[in-house]
Design a protein around this ligand. Structure first.
Ligand SMILES: [Zn+2]
Length: 378
């Protein structure tokens, strides 16, 4: 397998130096359309998700029919990068890539994309027999998996695939939590705090009573809870009329996710219900609006699942040792698994992601390319 390391380095640098903040993926999408069309895909299209995500681009799909009659396989990366990520200048020292220091590098997720491109180039120039392969490049992953959520899964013919999108190397992510996003609005009654405090109902005090009863942080070995923002009140001399709280519950157990969400709702409900009017002069009663929305579904793969077995076999073929782990975050792979597409996440070698110290080594990207080729040609 002749991987052209310098070509891979050049591709990676070119991708990193092409701006691609979330929703502004137009430039990188144009570059990728060019690069992938040179690899002669049998089918290409851009979906109409831009209207939903607000991105300059839709999700991109490249289909390669392949030359063998094995099951098709898809590979996914996201095109967008976090900020500060405009005007990235790549620094290379030996085999290590970083930015020059004022931006992120963008190896999240361009290390994965560059390895995919190099893998297909090697397959094409060596005429290696390969299975049907689909490349799915999403937008707006970093701002809530918006591209993957807006994607029509019927566009993907394969039933199994890999997201190349995790830090470290040799890691395969087999599970990630589901998450509920919470919005809680507590309504009180506004009144002048000095003249008619009896008329008012203090929404902040009520919120505080409820919040004091809610455990945040790691709740058990499967679950976490966070109440992340709170907004309320208008002035120090007005009894606050409204408090809005945003939070989340995550769990590797669907059952625990629902249980914890209900417990939190019950605390708010009981607190508001137990409100008593101390003077009997309040101009109303408090109210509660509690909404919980599934942000992303559970990802839970088994060691016996085809994606895991195939990853192990491919790794063996290229002498690579893999570790299998659960992650705490949600990514596009959660959404794909939610669509019924069995998807594991493979680490690309990137480290210190989302910081200006982000880095990746060429040797890790070369090893990743080998693994991808093994998966495509097995
Ligand atoms: Zn990523």
């Amino acid at each position: 397998m002749n991987i052209d390391q310098e070509r891979l380095a050049t591709t990676f640098t070119h991708l990193c130096q092409t701006d691609s903040p979330s929703r502004r993926e137009g430039k990188i999408a144009a570059v990728l359309k060019n690069i992938f069309s040179d690899l002669a895909p049998d089918h290409f299209f851009e979906d109409d998700s831009a209207a939903i995500t607000g991105s300059e681009s839709g999700n991109l799909f490249f289909r390669f029919t392949g030359t063998t009659h094995q099951e098709p396989l898809f590979f996914n990366c996201h095109m967008d990068t976090v900020q500060p990520g405009v005007g990235v200048r790549v620094r290379r020292e030996g085999d290590i890539f970083t930015s020059i220091g004022d931006t992120i590098l963008g190896s999240d997720d361009k290390s994965g994309i560059a390895a995919l491109i190099e893998a297909l180039q090697v397959i094409r120039e060596n005429n290696l027999p390969f299975r049907p392969v689909e490349i799915v490049l999403t937008t707006c992953e970093e701002i809530g998996l918006l591209g993957a959520k807006a994607l029509n899964p019927e566009h993907i013919l394969a039933k199994t695939g890999y997201s190349l999108d995790s830090s470290g190397f040799g890691r395969v992510i087999t599970g990630a939590p589901a998450s509920n996003r919470l919005q809680v609005t507590i309504g009180g009654v506004a009144s002048h705090a000095g003249l008619h405090p009896e008329w008012g109902i203090n929404a902040i005090t009520l919120a505080g009573k409820a919040l004091a009863q809610i455990a945040c942080g790691r709740i058990d070995d499967q679950s976490t809870v966070n109440l992340g923002t709170i907004h309320g009140g208008t002035a120090s001399n007005i009894v606050p009329e409204k408090v809005v709280i945003h939070g989340e519950v995550r769990s590797h157990s669907q059952h625990r996710l629902e249980e914890l969400t209900s417990e939190i709702e019950a605390i708010f409900t009981t607190t508001v219900k137990n409100w008593r009017d101390p003077s009997g002069q309040a101009k109303g009663v408090p109210s509660l609006d509690f909404t919980s929305e599934l942000d992303f579904p559970l990802m839970l793969l088994d060691r016996e699942d085809q994606v895991i077995i195939e990853a192990e076999q491919a790794a063996q073929a290229v002498d690579l040792e893999l570790t299998f782990e659960r992650a705490g975050g949600g990514s596009d792979a959660n959404i794909f698994n939610g669509y019924g597409l069995q998807t594991a996440i493979i680490a690309t070698g990137m480290t210190h992601v989302h910081s200006t110290n982000e880095q990746v080594s060429l040797q890790d990207m070369v090893a990743l390319t080998r693994l991808i080729i093994a998966l495509m040609t097995r």
